[in-house]
Design a protein around this ligand. Structure first.
Ligand SMILES: [Zn+2]
Ligand SMILES: [Zn+2]
Length: 193
């Protein structure tokens, strides 16, 4: 897996006094996202991000906001899929505390690892399934052909049919009979096998 480019904000350079706040905009390079055994990338790879930083007496508070366009394979049929997200995340970091709960895992000394933070925020915001379309039919569980484009008139499936399917039934003609739930399960099973 490619290593994320170093994308760190030097907090000391923000020059924030207690009680003060600052808002900056900057492009942040994002590493590819691994989800459900597939790899997804952001386009552009370094989306413009808005970071609001405020300093209080005992530390920092941050708000991160950005829009991101993700591309990769559909989790059911492996065709091209995209997903747009509006990501928002917050972090607080208290200084001089022994309480790990109050420390941000993305801050080390005066450095905010905004690249890793943004990457984690996207992972949390992504749906569990990235699909080419919400009702993607996935792949034929018997021959592996995509069912979305299957034309019932000329589609044939020479692969083994399940015992319950009538022998005269052609692959694409299974389509209307499949409920959404069944097609999901078939698609998932195929991808795992
Ligand atoms: Zn699909
Ligand atoms: Zn088939």
């Amino acid at each position: 897996m490619p290593r994320a480019p170093e994308t760190v904000v030097d907090l000391s350079r923000l020059n924030l006094h207690p009680g003060a706040g600052k808002r900056i905009e900057l492009p942040i390079e994002l590493a590819p996202f691994e989800l459900g055994g597939q790899t997804y990338v952001a386009d552009p790879s370094a989306p413009q991000m808005r970071l609001e930083a405020s300093r209080h007496s005992s530390g920092f508070a941050f708000k991160l906001n950005f829009e991101i366009h993700i591309e990769g394979p559909c989790m059911r049929c492996l065709e091209h899929a995209t997903h747009d997200l509006d990501v928002e995340a917050r972090e607080v970091d208290a200084r001089d505390t022994e309480d790990a709960e109050l420390r941000s895992p993305y801050i080390d000394e005066d450095e905010l690892d905004i690249g890793r933070w943004a990457h984690d925020a996207v992972m949390l915001a992504l749906p569990t399934q990235v699909l080419c379309r919400p009702d993607c039919l996935g792949l034929c569980p018997f021959c592996g052909e995509p069912l979305n484009d299957a034309d019932p008139a000329d589609a044939t499936c020479s692969a083994t049919r399940p015992p319950r399917a009538p022998s005269s039934q052609r692959c694409a003609s299974l389509k209307p009979a499949l409920t959404k739930r069944r097609s999901t399960r078939f698609g998932t099973n195929y991808l795992r096998s």
